[in-house]
Write a protein that binds this ligand. Structure first.
Ligand code: MG
Ligand code: MG
Ligand code: MG
Length: 304
């Protein structure tokens, strides 16, 4: 059986495109691999896949007995529950290590880049594999998505170089197609409070405290205004029903370069202090807040 390339739950564009790109690179390098996905592709991801004629990866809920290439996460809580029964062969990622362990030596490529597809540009070079135009186009858009068109503080020079190279291979104007993609993800018709919270949702164990942190990125955050009362209600219910210490949700306004932060926590005050803001009715506007990975997870994991 071929290896599975698999990213995190609540898959974002980087996770899905990285699974596809990693499968292509590894297969060409002599390690037969197929992409998988946990959960539904978002409207943004569907836009990217259909734009470049790529197939939606198959749904994976179990990895027991399978060889695995993990992409875009190193957090066991974001992977199938039988992860311990899989053989981890590769990990390509740009997140902090959150307790992943392997039985045998493995191949790991990690950088502080803003996107796993940037890491995969380096991996392709290592294995001397040329990335085809359609996969390159999808990878370019994954970089636009993960770095929020370079506005996120996670952006590195690696991302900029990788994006230029991929856009050239794909023959696309990445700014034009990137804006088209961001507009696509900012359409909220047919969404519910629950679907919006779970669009980009992650759970963490922070010093024994169960914490959920979700983000919604929009070109203009006001399009979510009509959902906010239902979102508040959902966050509260979700916290109680699943016994979270904290449920944190932030709606990022890409153009204004900041986020509306919603905090439902056993220690609201402490979370606000750590995030350097004052909560009013569980909410604060935080200028410059764009990245969960860089600006929310590290301070909370350290101080909560
Ligand atoms: Mg991701
Ligand atoms: Mg990523
Ligand atoms: Mg993101």
């Amino acid at each position: 059986m071929p290896m599975i390339a698999l990213g995190h739950k609540s898959p974002d564009t980087d996770t899905v495109v990285s699974a596809i790109a990693a499968s292509y690179i590894l297969t060409k390098a002599g390690f037969p691999c197929e992409p998988g996905m946990q959960g539904e592709a978002s409207a943004e991801t569907k836009f990217v896949l259909s734009k470049f004629g790529l197939q939606v990866p198959e749904q994976i809920t179990s990895v027991a007995g399978r060889e695995l290439c993990i992409v875009d996460t190193a957090n066991p809580m974001e992977l199938p529950s039988d992860l311990a029964e899989a053989k981890i062969k590769f990990i390509f990622d740009h997140h902090a290590l959150k307790g992943i362990t392997t039985l045998e030596p493995f191949n790991g490529f990690f950088t502080t880049a803003g996107c796993t597809c940037t890491v995969l540009v380096m991996v392709a070079r290592v294995y001397n594999v040329a990335i085809p135009a359609n996969i390159a186009g999808a990878m370019a858009l994954a970089i636009v998505s993960d770095t929020v068109m370079f506005k996120s503080p996670t952006t590195t020079d690696y991302d900029k170089h990788a994006l230029l190279e991929l856009a050239k291979t794909a023959g696309i104007d990445y700014e034009k197609v990137g804006m088209e993609m961001l507009r696509e993800k900012s359409k909220l018709t047919g969404e519910t409070a629950e679907s919006l919270v779970h669009r980009d949702y992650k759970e963490f164990d922070m010093n024994g405290k169960k914490v959920a942190i979700a983000q919604l990125e929009l070109i203009d955050a006001t399009v979510a205004d009509e959902f906010v009362p239902a979102i508040r209600e959902y966050l509260q219910t979700h916290k109680e029903a699943n016994k979270f210490h904290s449920v944190i949700f932030f709606i990022t306004d890409i153009m204004k370069e900041g986020s509306h932060l919603y905090v439902y926590s056993d220690s609201d005050g402490k979370v606000a202090e750590i995030m350097g803001c004052d909560l009013n009715n569980n909410c604060a506007w935080v200028p410059g807040l764009m990245s969960r990975k860089k600006q929310v997870v590290p301070p909370l994991a350290e101080k909560l």
